[in-house]
Design a protein around this ligand. Structure first.
Ligand code: G6P
Length: 614
């Protein structure tokens, strides 16, 4: 979703244009539809913005010198007002003394707009909610004569979520940021400092990062970064050292980030496991404060997430219920928070999120916390909001995931689900030592098994080529395979724009089977030994109506060839952990279908990597 980069450096170096554009490129993966930049030149902040990709912005500023040492950049993902040059950020007030970029939504912007128009005669240049902020800061500056006070006075008038970053030509050597429910970080450079919505924006120049918390203000100059708490008094903040490299966020020879990330899964799984398995082979949850007493006290688990992370929750439910024998509900975050869910002190609430910044997930987490639940999260981005607001965090060590369609975050989320299930099962005494060890060694074998599976890439690519013109595809599965069917279907629709639909195979006959006709493509997950025959019957049902069935099955089930038209085999493994493998051919299939269709695989239309609005 929207990205912010602010930079202030040595006045003589005048590097702002180059550094900000570089930073915006690093944030492209978040998804955006227009981009803009404001640079301080000859006493004013000059703004240029353009709808579409950064290349459009670069075209219009390419020839302009813009020698500047301070500025702001923004990539916008439209909420209020269509993608257009006018609606792109930055926005300025009428006399161009204040310029802002904003991520989030100002809920009372209509009210504020009315006051600005009626009382102050403001003529708006855009349809955005954000523009009101620039005008308000400008008007408040006239009253206060001080940039910081003007920002605070403005923020006090706003309702909603924001990462707001502003500059003012009356005090041109500082950038002020205020954060509420939208990520913001500051970066400490050499002779320069940064503010941004995400670490990759400045990783080329910065290793030490300061996380800005909710309701805090940050004032960034070239020599200094000052953070003010919600009471507007200075607070001290420890720096966080970023050890991963900018190269980890590069394509490394692959045509797309998505393909690279698919191939990084064995390593991501190994990392996630290594961090949590001791030398004696037991799960180590060091740093997790949940005690045996806490675990014994839970009477239900709620897993709440969005998108792909929600699908990891669907599989996690099976694992936790089977191993820890405790009821698990899985919910999409945007639904959970508005239905007064049955959550109390005896509830373990598990939030799953790659970014740790998804607003719906964050809001659901807060709702659960308010009701007294113990909040545990499974997160990929270290130090993100979901991680910081949870009682305990189990990190996935997938590394930066750039492609909008999530792959390696998903499989590492599954690993965490199994670790939680095993750990809880052991503590609750619902699984014995033998079972615990068996599942653990199955998990440890996953990276190698996944590598052999990935070696079938070319074969799967050929199948994708054959079917890439289909306009409807159905995914079916039972038990944990059902969660995988949902994820496979999401992958396909996200990046290829094919209308795909996933359903529990047993539910087909209650309606969806009406859509089966000659050559309808059905992708059937049949990796559960205990449900193999039941699933086979469902395959036969679709075949009887003319469907073409691609099945995903274990090596040991060659008999499936009698019914399915084409079979992709995954290495043999126990039923419980097969979702870690069975999703991989679906990711590869979606990738090659989208490639055949000429789609923008890493940045699909209308989608964003990190969704920080409701
Ligand atoms: C967006 C992304 C999805 C992701 C979902 C949840 O919709 O496009 O890939 O699964 O958000 O994101 P999270 O960061 O919370 O896992």
């Amino acid at each position: 979703m929207c990205g912010i980069v602010g930079y202030v450096g040595e006045p003589k170096e005048k590097q702002a244009k180059k550094i900000i554009i570089e930073g915006l490129k690093r944030l492209e993966y978040r998804g955006y539809d227009s981009a803009g930049i404001a640079l301080y030149v000859d006493g004013v902040f000059e703004t240029r913005k353009h709808v579409g990709g950064l290349e459009n912005l670069e075209k219009i500023i390419g020839d302009e010198k813009f020698n500047s040492h301070i500025g702001l950049g923004h990539t916008r993902w439209a909420t209020h007002g269509a993608p257009s040059d006018a609606n792109a950020h930055p926005h300025s007030n009428e006399d161009n003394t204040v310029t802002i970029v904003h991520n989030g939504i100002i809920e009372n912007y209509l009210e504020l707009k009315e006051v600005l128009a009626e009382k102050h005669g403001v003529k708006f240049k855009s349809e955005t909610d954000s523009e009101v902020i620039a005008h308000l800061i400008g008007i408040n500056y006239e009253k206060e004569g001080d940039f910081l006070k003007a920002v605070h006075r403005t923020v006090d008038m706003m309702r909603g979520a924001y990462a707001l970053v502003a500059v003012c030509s009356h005090e041109p050597d500082k950038i002020i940021g205020v954060r509420k429910d939208a990520p913001m970080i500051a970066g400490i450079g050499k002779g320069c400092n940064f503010i941004a919505s995400d670490i990759p924006a400045f990783l080329k120049y910065v290793r030490e990062v300061l996380i800005i918390e909710n309701n805090e203000t940050v004032i960034v100059t070239k020599d200094d970064i000052t953070i003010l708490g919600s009471d507007r008094k200075p607070v001290s903040r420890e720096t966080m050292h970023i050890s991963w490299d900018v190269d980890a966020a590069e394509k490394g020879g692959y045509e797309h980030f998505m393909l690279k990330e698919i191939h990084e899964q064995p390593e991501g799984i190994r990392e996630t496991l290594t961090k949590r398995i001791r030398e004696d082979g037991m799960i180590n949850l060091d740093g997790i404060s949940m005690t045996k007493e806490d675990i014994d006290g839970f009477n239900k688990v709620y897993i709440v997430a969005c998108g792909t992370a929600y699908h990891a929750g669907l599989v996690g439910k099976h694992a936790i219920e089977k191993m820890a024998r405790i009821p698990v509900e899985v919910d999409v975050a945007s639904e959970f928070r508005y239905r007064d869910p049955f959550v109390d002190e005896k509830t373990l609430f598990i939030a799953i999120s790659q970014s740790g910044e998804t607003l719906d997930t964050l809001a659901a987490l807060r709702e659960a916390k308010k009701k007294g639940a113990r909040v545990f999260s499974v997160v990929n981005v270290v130090g993100s909001s979901v991680a910081r607001e949870s009682d305990d965090v189990l990190y996935t060590w997938a590394g930066p995931e750039i492609a909008v369609a999530s792959t390696k975050a998903y499989t590492t989320q599954l690993i965490c689900m199994y670790l939680i299930a095993l750990f809880m099962g052991k503590v609750r005494g619902t699984i014995d030592e033998k079972y615990y060890n068996e599942i653990l060694s199955e998990l440890k074998a996953m990276p190698e098994k996944m590598k052999t599976l990935l070696a079938q890439e070319d074969k799967i690519a050929k199948v994708a080529k054959k079917f890439h013109r289909k306009e409807n595809v159905f995914f079916i599965g039972r038990g944990p395979d059902c969660g995988v069917a949902y994820e496979g279907s999401l992958k396909l629709k996200e990046i290829s724009y094919i209308n795909s639909f996933a359903i529990a195979a047993g539910e087909l006959k209650h309606g969806t089977i009406a859509l089966m006709e000659q050559d309808t493509l059905v992708i059937a997950l049949d990796t559960q030994d205990c449900l193999f025959e039941k699933m086979l019957s469902n395959i036969v049902e679709t075949k009887a109506r003319g469907a073409y069935v691609i099945a995903v099955a274990k090596e040991g089930h060659r008999d499936i060839e009698v019914e399915a038209d084409y079979v992709i085999y995954i290495p043999d493994c126990r039923d419980e952990v097969s979702p870690i493998l069975s999703v991989v051919p679906l990711q590869v299939f979606a990738y090659y279908v989208a490639k055949e269709r000429g789609c923008n695989i890493d940045k699909p239309k209308n989608l964003a990597k990190s969704v920080t609005v409701e």
